[in-house]
Design a protein. Structure first.
Length: 350
């Protein structure tokens, strides 16, 4: 089976403003030498994202609580409260296909603000969500036969809603709480940590560990992309319009990396994280915040992919139609994913 993305795309006259990315390496290197470079990059980035005050999740004496089991017309659902720290938990929705499977199923983690939007189902009102069907990735993938875990993001799993919740007040309150409780941690570090915990929970079910995808839109795209760089259990990544360049979106917010990205001598950029994902398949869907300049990041990271003989495993589908991907772009992403996992593609409709 082979699928090639053959969609109409803008014909670029250029790739945008030069991003001035530091080269991954200055001269041809061997795969072994790249592995050494990768470890150095990983160590540098771990200092950038920081670490929590608690040592490890095993030190948290708290069980994951199964709150509810319910039946949806298209999946069997389980709602959990999963510990993410000594005093924090996140709400996650596990979605399992209704039909029987001969063996382990592919699995997907879908991070976002709340599980509801990605599942296409309001967990409070118990009714379908009709808005933005194109980003209901959890619902799409359970239809494709995946076991799916839709997660909840910081700040909603960190602090109660502020009394005066205007603009980004809730986000700032959570970022301030992180700084208070974990002075050496960043908001993006918290987002990565929580997503890795979701992977833990997914893998406790009957999923194929060689077919785990993390997929997200916007904030969820940031979470998917950054987590994959530090979690080799993730075997493929689809990230939708998250803005790969520092100045494409608000990476400088306290709930992401903060103002350190402007510090003199700070030369880290996201082509390095993408190179750390290599050789695992990565697909960027862009439309507003990811644009022609995003190719500069893809092309620099492809130097690492090429060392594995996987240069085309990192790609960019620029649908150029705004922040939300159109149906044809989502369909192309799922066809691409089926090929990466050597699975038959199932036709679907929104």
């Amino acid at each position: 089976m082979e699928y090639t993305l053959k969609l109409s795309a803008p014909q670029y006259t250029d790739f945008g403003e030069p991003q001035r990315l530091s080269p991954l390496f200055d001269e041809p290197v061997s795969l072994d030498e790249w592995h050494e470079i990768r470890e150095e990059l990983k160590s540098r980035w771990e200092k950038i994202i920081g670490r929590p005050s608690f040592a490890r999740i095993d030190d948290i004496n708290s069980e994951t609580d199964l709150l509810e089991i319910f039946e949806h017309p298209e999946f069997n659902g389980k709602i959990y409260r999963q510990p993410t720290g000594p005093h924090t938990k996140q709400t996650v929705l596990l979605m399992e296909p209704k039909n029987d499977a001969a063996g382990p199923r592919p699995g997907a983690v879908v991070p976002f603000y709340h599980p509801d939007v990605m599942a296409g189902y309001d967990l409070t009102l118990r009714r379908p969500i009709t808005e933005k069907p194109n980003i209901q990735f959890g619902l799409h993938l359970v239809r494709h036969g995946y076991i799916v875990l839709c997660g909840e993001a910081f700040p909603f799993n960190t602090v109660p809603e502020p009394v005066e919740n205007k603009g980004f007040a809730w986000w700032q309150a959570a970022a301030d709480k992180i700084r208070q409780d974990h002075p050496r941690w960043t908001g993006i570090g918290k987002l990565i940590w929580d997503t890795k915990r979701a992977v833990d929970l997914l893998l406790s079910h009957n999923v194929d560990p060689e077919r785990i995808v993390v997929i997200g839109h916007s904030l969820g795209g940031k979470m998917a992309f950054c987590t994959a760089a530090f979690d080799d259990r993730i075997r493929a990544v689809i990230a939708s319009d998250f803005g790969i360049g520092w100045d494409f979106t608000n990476w400088d917010a306290d709930w992401y990396f903060g103002k350190q990205i402007y510090r003199e001598g700070f030369n880290a950029a996201n082509h390095q994280l993408l190179a750390m994902i290599a050789p695992r398949p990565f697909l960027l869907l862009g439309g507003q915040y990811d644009k022609p300049a995003s190719w500069q990041y893809i092309n620099e990271a492809r130097k690492a992919y090429k060392l594995y003989g996987k240069e085309t495993s990192a790609g960019f589908l620029d649908h150029a139609s705004g922040h939300y991907p159109p149906e044809h772009a989502v369909d192309a992403a799922y066809r691409w994913l089926a090929e990466q996992f050597e699975l038959p593609y199932r036709e679907w409709k929104l």
